[in-house]
Ligand binder design. Structure first.
Ligand SMILES: Nc1nc2c(ncn2[C@@H]2O[C@H](COP(=O)(O)OP(=O)(O)OP(=O)(O)O)[C@@H](O)[C@H]2O)c(=O)[nH]1
Ligand SMILES: [Mg+2]
Length: 386
């Protein structure tokens, strides 16, 4: 599972990334601060079953704080895009390859309207966020189109190979499935005679499927940003203040505040000087207005709403919900929504998948078969042959 943060320059991508991962990376109010991608680990937040089951969990692959389970999700922060990047403008399109393996994209939009399309500072409210959304989709579409076009002369040669196989091979870096390519080729009537326009509508659908986008309406703290946010609310954009989240996480690390990512408020527990206190009061007012900073909401929404993933807890001991060593609820795994018990077995280990015999739904004690579809929060033990 990987999420990629993208958007034009200076919109707050690295601030969002650092807030989500606590990786130190350069943040500044100038264009193209980030060139080499930053990589880190962010987390989705879910309710851990420990409280409801009355067990003391001992997470191994994730963490549980006050009954909230934080499950790791890789995150990559890429260089800023400018219109025409697919043709080499700005830093060009080389870094678009950094989003190849992402399952979903977080598009950070500067909702204060204070950066133009190239990322240069402009007067507040000047830039239209609707255009930012359009531009990013277009850049990615044209970039993908460029990948397809490389295979096109071969497609037109009528080598006898099926068009879906050729395009699938060409697009393999995007981790798209053959079924998706085949389905969209048929749906869009793609043939060797297809025009660029027809290819583009095929690509647009492929991109929506392969790289779904969630919009983080960042810098919502700036005066007037709420008005611009209204313009794009319909797109499902989530209001967000990455700067506030970063401040909170750093203050938490220093023991100055008590805050869990995704909380709607925080508590001051350390000694703050006057300036820090003022800053925190401002953060509090933003969180009150938007029910939190929005950063965790964006990550959760990308994983659960956009990608439809579920969290499943594999265990070995059915009654104690533990692994062999006695760790209760040791692992939380993110799986695609339609996963069944056998998919879970494969996610644990290929060998367990191959030797799958049966499984148990530990909440009900019921035996379940390989094809049994799992749901969010399930706790499952797998029986496998030797
Ligand atoms: N007011 C406000 N400013 C923010 C917020 N998030 C980021 N910024 C500021 O926006 C500027 C750009 O932040 P970066 O995180 O470096 O932006 P970027 O998108 O990574 O920029 P590039 O790497 O150049 O593409 C910095 O001055 C940040 O402090 C926010 O939530 N509110
Ligand atoms: Mg950056």
């Amino acid at each position: 599972m990987q999420l990629a943060i993208c958007g034009k320059s200076n919109c707050g991508k690295t601030t969002f990334f650092s807030a989500a991962t606590l990786v130190d990376a350069e943040i500044s109010n100038r264009i193209f601060t980030t060139i080499k991608p930053n990589m880190g680990v962010s987390y989705v937040r879910v309710k851990c079953p420990c409280k409801e089951l009355g067990v003391q969990c001992n997470p191994q692959n994730s963490t549980c704080i006050s009954g909230q389970r934080f499950v790791p999700v890789k995150m990559i922060d890429i260089a800023g895009l400018v219109p025409g990047a697919h043709e080499g403008r700005g830093l060009g399109n080389a870094f678009l390859t950094d989003i190849m393996t992402a399952n979903a994209l977080i598009h950070v939009v500067d909702i204060s309207g204070s950066t133009d399309k190239d990322g240069n500072p402009v007067a507040l409210g000047t830039n239209n966020p609707e255009q930012d959304i359009e531009f990013l989709e277009k850049e990615i579409d044209y970039w993908m189109l460029g990948i397809i076009k490389k295979a096109w002369p071969q497609v037109q040669k009528k080598t006898g190979e099926r068009i879906e196989d050729m395009l699938y091979r060409q697009l393999s870096g995007l981790m798209v499935s053959l079924n998706t390519v085949k389905y969209l080729i048929e749906k869009n009537g793609i043939s060797p005679k297809s025009s660029e326009e027809e290819l583009l509508s095929f690509i647009t659908e492929l991109r929506a499927e392969n790289k779904p986008i969630i919009i983080a309406a960042n810098k919502i703290d700036v005066a007037g940003a709420d008005k611009l946010y209204e313009k794009i609310r319909g797109s499902g954009a989530i209001p967000c203040c990455a700067e506030a989240e970063l401040a909170l996480r750093r203050a938490t690390e220093k023991g100055l505040v008590r805050y869990l990512p995704g909380d709607e408020d925080f508590e001051i527990i350390g000694r703050l000087d006057e300036k820090q206190l003022k800053g925190m009061e401002f953060v509090h007012s933003i969180m009150k207005k938007y029910n939190g900073t929005g950063v965790q909401k964006v990550i959760n929404s990308a994983v659960f709403d956009l990608l439809g993933m579920i969290v499943v807890y594999p265990v070995e001991n059915e009654s104690r919900y533990s692994d062999k060593k006695g760790n209760a609820l040791p692992d939380a795994l993110l799986l695609p929504g339609s996963s069944n018990a056998k998919d879970l077995a494969y996610a644990i280990h290929e060998d367990i998948g191959n030797k799958f015999i049966s499984a148990t739904d530990c909440r009900t004690g019921q035996r379940i078969g390989a094809e049994h579809e799992l749901k969010n929060g399930d706790i499952v033990s797998i029986k496998a042959g030797r």
